[in-house]
Write a protein that binds this ligand. Structure first.
Ligand SMILES: Cc1cc2nc3c(=O)[nH]c(=O)nc-3n(C[C@H](O)[C@H](O)[C@H](O)COP(=O)(O)OP(=O)(O)OC[C@H]3O[C@@H](n4cnc5c(N)ncnc54)[C@H](O)[C@@H]3O)c2cc1C
Ligand code: SF4
Length: 444
């Protein structure tokens, strides 16, 4: 069984490297000017809209006073994935959308970009000075296994390692980071940044065992026997295909993964028309990515009206600015092939009798993902939709000593939700061990 993992195995010839950063980093001067605009609100609405409740006015004030290291520490204490969240969080719907400047039709504070400035600057300084931001506590004699090396497990493992817990992460893939490495749009964050963050997180003492699929290479039950606690952070399962198959037809997440991580991957030669099926953020992401890669006609086909789309309005607006066109009320019927090659996608018009055919040489299906936790053979209680049931305040599952977090409990939200789950589960484990130790001491 493979053990420790070298995280620098990413190939350089990847299609994602053609993308430019949609929100480039601030210079020190830009960060100071932006930080100086903050009103340092009491009971700040931006904090209430952050799932990890970072003290945003505090870290902005620390930037404004030149204490970038302090700002980064404020961020990481609440969210160990503060560097990737600074790049990928839908801030328009969270902290930035809640900023009081919005009430005066003013320009809200660019909280994400300030967070990126603080975390990137402090981590670079940590590397060059050799002065760590955090020092792990001495070992406390506890061991935790974490399943999956996505944001949820990584956050949990980092908090545990800092508290002196031995944390072993089991990941089925060779590359760690979960969807931060393989899914997030390359104009927000590329795989290198995700892997650099993983290395930083692991530098606090957690160990990665890559290429190990729990439920197949190692049994869930044997992990439970070996460790004091388990954390399930396996994300979601495969994408739904809607029975659309054949050459030129892709699952959206598989296509994005290929663009981000596969060496030498290229779109079909001469591909000029693409159809993307779906109305969520993954559909928008792949549509925008294809348009930015030079596909001239990208159509998003959705089965309802625009107002019913689960995608964020700001993401749809950005895709439109890249030339993506939306067609509403189209229910997919079939992929159309001629001479073995894809030539179109056929739809039934919803609320009408027409069958519509959209010509295309690439079809991407973004119809959501199934849940994958059943494959673990863990026997945890699940909700009706297949997500893992947890106690909300602690992330404990129905099994003693087993916790869960991230997409596998919420059905697919954001990186910041996974980071929050990881921290909450770690804090609950530590609190339980502390009270157990206190009880033992009391009882002699
Ligand atoms: C295309 C796409 C774009 C997205 N863009 C954004 C964005 O811009 N901003 C944002 O905030 N969120 C975004 N998200 C959502 C975000 O990526 C997820 O919410 C987040 O990654 C969830 O973290 P996780 O740790 O729960 O799961 P994952 O990131 O899915 O990680 C789970 C890990 O578990 C591993 N695993 C699974 N089963 C096993 C097993 N049996 N044994 C060992 N390992 C296993 C997997 O290989 C994977 O590495 C996006 C999602 C998608 C699909
Ligand atoms: S709401 Fe806006 S102005 Fe107020 S503290 Fe938060 S970022 Fe600063």
């Amino acid at each position: 069984m493979p053990t420790e993992q070298d995280t620098s195995r990413l190939k350089s010839n990847r299609l994602e490297r053609h993308f430019e950063d949609s929100k480039p980093p601030y210079s020190a001067g830009e960060a100071l000017i932006e930080a100086d605009r903050c009103l340092y609100c009491h009971d700040a609405p931006c904090v209430r809209h952050c799932p990890t409740t970072i003290d945003i006015p505090k870290f902005i004030a620390q930037i404004a006073s030149g204490n970038t290291r302090g700002a980064a520490t404020t961020i990481f204490r609440q969210n160990m994935l503060g560097a990737s969240c600074a790049r990928v969080c839908p801030v328009e719907e969270m902290c930035v959308g809640a900023c009081v400047y919005e009430q005066f039709n003013g320009q809200p504070i660019a909280i994400g970009r300030l967070q990126r400035y603080a975390t990137d600057t402090a981590c670079a300084d940590e590397r060059s000075s050799g002065r760590p931001l955090f020092t792990p506590a001495p070992p406390i004699g506890r061991r935790v296994a974490l399943i999956g090396a996505g944001p949820a497990s990584l956050a949990c493992a980092a908090h545990l390692a800092l508290a002196g817990v031995e944390a072993d992460i089991y990941e089925r893939e060779e590359l760690p980071g979960g969807l931060n490495t393989t899914g997030v749009a390359p104009y927000k964050m590329q795989a290198e940044s995700s892997l650099a963050e993983v290395e930083w997180l692991l530098s606090h003492g957690a160990r990665l065992r890559a290429g190990v699929r729990v439920g197949e290479d190692i049994a869930f039950a044997s992990l439970l026997e070996e460790y004091d606690a388990l954390f399930i952070g396996v994300g979601l399962g495969r994408g739904r295909t809607l029975n659309l198959e054949g050459p030129g037809v892709w699952g959206a997440t598989e296509l994005i993964r290929a663009i981000k991580t596969e060496e030498g991957f290229a779109l079909p030669a001469g591909a000029s028309r693409a159809v993307v099926i779906g109305g969520g953020n993954t559909a928008i992401d792949i549509a925008r990515e294809l348009a930015l890669l030079g596909v001239t006609e990208v159509t998003l086909a959705y089965r309802r009206r625009e107002a019913a789309m689960s995608a964020y309005a700001h993401e749809l607006a950005a895709a439109r600015r890249c030339g993506v066109r939306l067609r509403e009320n189209l229910r997919p019927l079939a992929a159309v092939h001629r001479g073995g090659a894809l030539c179109g996608a056929r739809f039934q018009e919803v609320g009408g009798n027409d069958v519509v055919e959209l010509a295309c040489d690439l079809l991407a299906v973004a119809a959501g993902q199934t849940t994958g936790v059943q494959a673990l053979g863990a026997g945890v209680r699940c909700n009706a939709d297949g997500t893992v049931w947890v106690v909300p305040g602690t992330r404990r599952t129905s099994l003693n000593r087993v916790f869960a977090g991230g997409d596998c409990i919420n059905g697919g939200r954001e990186v910041v939700d996974a980071a929050a789950d990881g921290r909450i589960a770690a804090q609950d484990m530590l609190a339980a061990w502390r009270s157990e130790a206190a009880r033992r001491k009391r009882n002699g």
